[in-house]
Structures are given as C-alpha cells and as structure tokens.
Design a protein around this ligand. Structure first.
Ligand code: SF4
Ligand code: SF4
Ligand code: FES
Length: 509
C-alpha cells in the first residue's frame, strides 16, 4: 500500500493569479510551475537566466513577481514555494518592473534582428514584443564589441548580442564539467570568453547555442543556412546511439537542416551530444542509395525499379527454398531498423520456416552523460525481437549452410565483424536493403533503397527498453521504401503473409 497521507504532507497549496495549485515542497516558484507543465503555457513568467537543468543564477531579474506579504518584488527563479503563498505575475507593478528590465537589456543591444540567425526564436524579441516598450529613450551610441569570435570549432559568438545570462557558462561547468567559458571584465564591458589556450571543445558544445536565449551563440553548422520561420519542426529520434535522444527534426525545402534537442527528462533532459546532433547530415548525404539495382549477367549491378528488385528477391528466395529447403535462407537484422521493420523480418523468416539470423551492432566509446557504446538507435529493439549475436550465422555461412542472405544495413562489414564483404561472395544470393552505399554492394545481387527513420517514422527501443514513436518528418528525394514494406512485398510475392509490426506502435510511449 502507498502512503497517501505522507505524500500529501509534502504538497503545498499556492495561489497564482487567483488559481490554486498543489506543488511539491522544496521547489522554487519557476521549478514548481515547470513541474506542473504550466510555465509559459498558462502561467507566463518570462525568464532569461533560469534554465530547468542548470543551477539558479538570479541575474537577469526578468522573472520578478509580487508575493503577498513581501514588500519587494521577488525573482520567481529563486523564491521557494511555501504553504498558502499568494503570487501575482501580471499586475501593474510586475509589468512595470518587467518593462524596466527589458529597457535595460535593450540599452546596448544592437539592432541586428534582420540579420540575426536567432530572429524568430529569440527570447529578447519575444519578450520585447510582449513586455517591452515600443520606443527607446536613449540617444547615446550602443556599445561596440566584437561581432564574430570563434569560441571553438563549433560555436561562433557575437559579443554585442550577449545579455550576460550566464547560461552558457553554467552549462559548461555543470553538464560536461569542462568549464571552458567565463564572464570577464565589468559593467558594460562584461563579456563571455574562453580561457587562454582552452577553446570550447567539449563533446556537448553545441548545446550552448540552444540554451542561449538570444542570437549571441550560433553553431557554425546552422548559422545563415535558413530562416527559422521556414523550418518545420517534427519530433524525431537521434540515430547516433542506443540512448535515442529526442530531437526536433528541422525541415526546410524538403531537406533536414538541423537537429535540436526535444526535452525528455527521462531520456536526454534537454541535451544532445555533438556527434549525434550532426547525424542529421546522413539523411541527405550524397552516398544515399538512390536507386534499386540488380546483378546483371555481366556481373555488374544494373539500375532497376523497386518492383523489379522485389520480384527478383522473391524469385531468389523461392528457388533456394525449393532446391535446398527453408533453412538455407538467413537474415542479418539491423539495429538501425525500426521495430516494425524487424517484426516484418522475423515474420518473413518464420513464414519461410527459417530460424537462421544474426544482429551486428557496432560499438564505440560511451560517456557518463548521454552517449552509449552501441551505435544504433534500436539495438535493444532488435534484441527484443529475438535477434542475437551474428557469430553462429557467420559460422553457418562459412560452412556453406546458408545460400540466400537478406541483409538490413551494412554494419556486418564493419571491422568489428567481417571487415570486408568477401566472406559473403560465395553465397548464391545477397539481398541488400540499405540506406547508404557501402562495399556490401560488391556482393549484393539485389539492392533496394531503404528509408531513414526520419523518412518513415515508426518505433525504436532505447537501451533502457523505452519504446519511442516518431512520425515521418519528410519524404525522401528519390524512391525508397521502408524495410517493413519491402519485406511484406517479398512475402506477398511468395504467397506468404507476415506481421505488419503495428503492435509496436501501440506499445510506444
Ligand atoms: S552568450 Fe548567450 S547564453 Fe551565454 S551569457 Fe550571453 S546571452 Fe547568455
Ligand atoms: S547521446 Fe546518442 S542518441 Fe543522444 S544525441 Fe548523442 S548519439 Fe544521439
Ligand atoms: S530568470 Fe529569474 S533572475 Fe533570471
């Protein structure tokens, strides 16, 4: 039995703008509203320096509110909730204080909005519009500082745009623990700098651009690429490792232009590692497989339609089964495929009567923050679908017990497994479903272009067993088909019916 009475004791009743809330003891006002899911979604307390995953700074003063019984306005980011607290967030006094803070913030801010990459997603713009005034009272020139400072390989800094909220400084100190950034100088000369000889170079460096509330920090990768109001932001999952960090897939002109973190406190808080963030480039990479191909009589791969490739794949499977029985057909699964794709692969093998399969997962370095050693988003999902280490399958291939191999992806030729496609050359047929070109094509008899996760959507299971569903973010620029659909069509050509994988979508978070 739970102890509801005890739990209730830890809850406090507070009133904000006439609405009563029950909040946990020990939180600040902003934390409590964030936990309730109403901060800036019903209860608007603008804030610059506060970030839900960083320590409190209390420097910007934008979050001032009136608390009954306390003479001065209080900053909501550093005011603990207490029983019976009555708070006003939009009375005249508060609005006047906010307008004053905005005026001070803008005294030295350059008139850069038309050329600033942050325009459209800038908190200074948003709050100036909402809480500021429409004119300036100063005639003095604005301070002139450096407009382009390279903080490291990934981030460019505009000193004039910085509002000194110190989010970037606290991020480096508190999240990767590398402390490359500090505020130097005083007064209106204050600015962010790196320490001499220590550039901003941690594995999570690009998060500082996400959390900078203004356009002071921009990623070298995204700056000046596209105006943010042309971006469609679709929920996605990073495919860099088995953490499965939640991302916004930014799409413009039918191309993915960036990944930015999508908050999920159970998976990645509000962060992404730099290498995972850059995996968006794989989607539009020049080495995508853009056309189906079949091995011709001359031994060359010749372009074909996907229908022709599926027909050929079905014929090769049928001939092998009729000649030597179902056991000679085997499959290599992929940790990059979705649960739906993997269910279809299991279904096809089961319908054929084969139990021969394997799963190559490439591993690399991990860290204590987010990065996992397994470099495939759905390694755990593939194991849960029943696919295991590829060793037995590879032994069977070397012993001649496999004649036709269906391969999803090309991790098998990574140096951690075969190292080259040669051991597969002796098979009667290799049917390859893949997103990117590789040496595996040298031994493939059928090549079918597959869709990236961002192009097909579906579910993937992260290393903790969390099943996450995402929609398709865009259509590929060429004809490509999700592996599940290819496998279902091969099954159909063989007069077999298989699971369509929809069960996984129902289980997703
Ligand atoms: S660069 Fe951005 S995040 Fe860093 S202190 Fe300035 S405004 Fe804040
Ligand atoms: S930790 Fe893994 S899932 Fe998260 S962003 Fe990095 S590579 Fe992607
Ligand atoms: S958000 Fe509270 S002082 Fe900055």
């Amino acid at each position: 039995m739970s102890a509801p009475g005890k739990l209730r004791d830890l809850m406090l009743r507070i009133t904000i703008d006439g609405t009563r809330y029950e909040v946990e003891e020990g939180l600040t006002l902003l934390q409590a509203l964030d936990e309730l899911g109403v901060l800036m979604k019903g209860v608007d307390i603008p804030h610059y320096c506060w970030h839900p995953k960083l320590s409190v700074d209390g420097s910007c003063r934008m979050c001032q509110v009136e608390v009954e019984g306390i003479p001065k306005l209080q900053i909501a980011c550093d005011t603990p909730v207490r029983e019976g607290m009555v708070v006003h967030t939009r009375n005249e006094r508060v609005l006047k204080a906010r307008a004053g803070v905005m005026e001070l913030m803008l005294v030295n801010h350059p008139l850069d909005c038309p050329i600033c990459d942050q325009a459209g997603e800038c908190k200074l713009q948003d709050y100036a519009f909402e809480y500021g005034q429409m004119h300036t009272r100063t005639r003095e020139p604005r301070r002139a500082l450096k407009k382009r400072v390279d903080l490291g390989a990934t981030i460019v800094f505009d000193q004039e745009r910085c509002i000194l909220c110190r989010r970037c400084v606290r991020f480096c100190r508190e999240i990767p623990g590398t402390s490359e950034l500090a505020i130097t100088q005083r007064g209106d000369r204050s600015t962010v700098e790196t320490f001499p000889g220590k550039p901003l170079e941690n594995d999570y460096s690009m998060n500082v651009a996400d959390i900078c509330p203004v356009g002071a920090l921009t990623t070298r990768d995204f700056r000046f690429k596209v105006r943010v109001w042309f971006l469609e932001e679709v929920p996605g999952i990073c495919t860099g490792c088995s953490r499965g960090c939640n991302v916004h897939v930014g799409v413009a002109d039918d191309q993915v232009r960036r990944y930015t973190p999508r908050r999920n406190d159970d998976v990645n808080d509000t962060w992404l590692c730099d290498s995972g963030r850059m995996t968006y480039q794989e989607i539009g990479a020049p080495d995508r497989i853009r056309e189906a191909a079949l091995r011709g009589d001359s031994g060359e791969l010749i372009g074909a339609t996907i229908d022709q490739a599926i027909d050929r794949a079905a014929r090769l499977v049928r001939e092998a089964v009729e000649k030597e029985g179902p056991g000679v057909v085997a499959a290599l699964a992929s940790g990059h495929a979705t649960n739906e794709d993997l269910a279809a692969l299991r279904g096809l093998l089961a319908a054929l009567g084969s139990e021969t399969h394997g799963l190559p997962i490439v591993t690399g370095a991990g860290d204590a923050l987010l990065v996992r050693p397994e470099k495939a988003a759905n390694a755990e999902g593939a194991r849960a679908a029943g696919f295991g280490e590829p060793g037995l399958l590879l032994d069977k291939i070397r012993g001649g017990g496999v004649r036709v191999l269906i391969v999803l992806g090309h991790d098998i030729i990574h140096e951690q497994f075969l190292g080259s496609p040669e051991p597969l050359a002796a098979l009667d047929a290799v049917i390859l479903l893949d997103t990117h070109r590789s040496r595996l094509e040298q031994v493939a008899d059928v090549v079918i272009p597959a869709r990236h996760l961002a192009e097909k959507g579906g579910t993937v299971t992260n290393f903790e067993g969390r099943i996450q569903a995402v929609p398709a973010a865009l259509e590929p620029a060429f004809e490509a088909v999700a592996e599940a659909h290819v496998l279902a069509r091969i099954a159909s050509a063989l007069d077999l019916s298989i699971d369509d994988g929809s069960e996984h979508e129902r289980e997703a978070d």
